[in-house]
Design a protein. Structure first.
Length: 307
């Protein structure tokens, strides 16, 4: 049996041939008024049928999408009800001197505080966790891969491929399997979260320090230290700040600085609250916020589809 859409497309062609038959039967004969009127009316009914079919199909797909969104919402709500917020989040917020600024629907989160005559702003984003791929950023995997390549190229070396037979020893094979065990890949991996620490001295100088760092494995790792003549350039929410920052000398890589200077910069940040406690708090908070934003997204999309 033809589908509703196929039948609707076939009807106008059949009617067109039926309407043309009286015109070909005689050079002098004319179709009756009733026959002409019937032929003109038939395509209109076919077009209505096709439109109704399309509307029914759209309604069906919309209902299916809404039902799937509802299912996903229910799953996430159940998971949320059975999960407890990490203790690091409450402990940090209860004991830190920072004020949390988190706007629902926005990716960037800020921690703001005053320190003597300074204003400290620490910014981070949930985009770091959504874009994180532990399999592409594990240096241990790259090292294992390099060692395997070297073993293949130098089969006579100990631990490489034996010269006879062209096969690895059972012990070497087992070791490689243990190193590449998929159960260990990404197990418990926590995404490193990028931090931007801006230190301003309002009323004393227009400049600002901007420190790029990473919260990873319970530590704050400093990567770059910038100085800007205008503090507005250091603020992430400044509309033209990104373009202006691109023209500023970034300073040397932090790791190339004198070791004592590196230690003093890290101590400078610790005194202002950028500590190991923050390094533990940030990844946990980002994970919780990402889940919250996903729930919000599901709810908003479903509300739009159902409207």
């Amino acid at each position: 049996m033809l589908s509703l859409r196929s039948a609707a497309r076939a009807v106008p062609r059949v009617l067109g041939r039926a309407a043309a038959a009286p015109l070909r039967s005689s050079a002098t004969a004319r179709p009756s008024i009733s026959a002409t009127a019937a032929a003109l009316r038939q395509p209109a009914r076919a077009a209505f049928s096709a439109t109704a079919g399309r509307r029914a199909h759209v309604a069906e797909s919309t209902d299916e999408l809404s039902a799937k969104l509802e299912s996903e919402l229910q799953i996430e709500e159940d998971l949320k009800a059975n999960e407890q917020q990490p203790a690091s989040i409450k402990d940090f917020l209860d004991n830190c001197p920072f004020e949390l600024q988190d706007t629902p629907g926005q990716e960037v989160v800020k921690l703001v505080r005053s320190f003597n005559d300074e204003k400290i702003t620490v910014s981070f984003s949930i985009s770091d966790i959504t874009n994180y791929d532990p399999f592409n950023e594990d240096p241990a995997l790259e090292e294992d891969e390099d060692l395997s390549d070297e073993a293949l190229q130098n089969p006579n070396q100990q631990g490489g491929v034996p010269a006879k037979g062209g096969a690895r020893s059972a012990a070497a094979e087992e070791q490689m399997e243990d190193d590449m065990d998929e159960d260990d890949l990404g197990e418990g991996a926590v995404a490193p979260i990028n931090l931007t620490v801006v230190v301003e001295k309002p009323g004393k100088t227009k400049g600002a320090l901007s420190v790029e760092a990473t919260a990873t494995d319970g530590n704050i790792v400093v990567e770059n230290v910038f100085y800007y003549d205008d503090a507005a350039m250091a603020r992430l929410d400044s509309p033209d700040a990104a373009q202006r920052r691109a023209d500023v000398y970034p300073g040397p890589p932090f790791g190339s600085l004198d070791e004592d200077l590196q230690v003093l910069v890290e101590r400078f940040l610790e005194e202002r609250g950028v500590t190991q406690a923050m390094a533990t708090f940030v990844p946990d908070y980002v994970d919780a916020k990402e889940q919250s934003e996903y729930l919000r997204w599901l709810s908003n999309v479903k509300a739009f589809v159902d409207a």
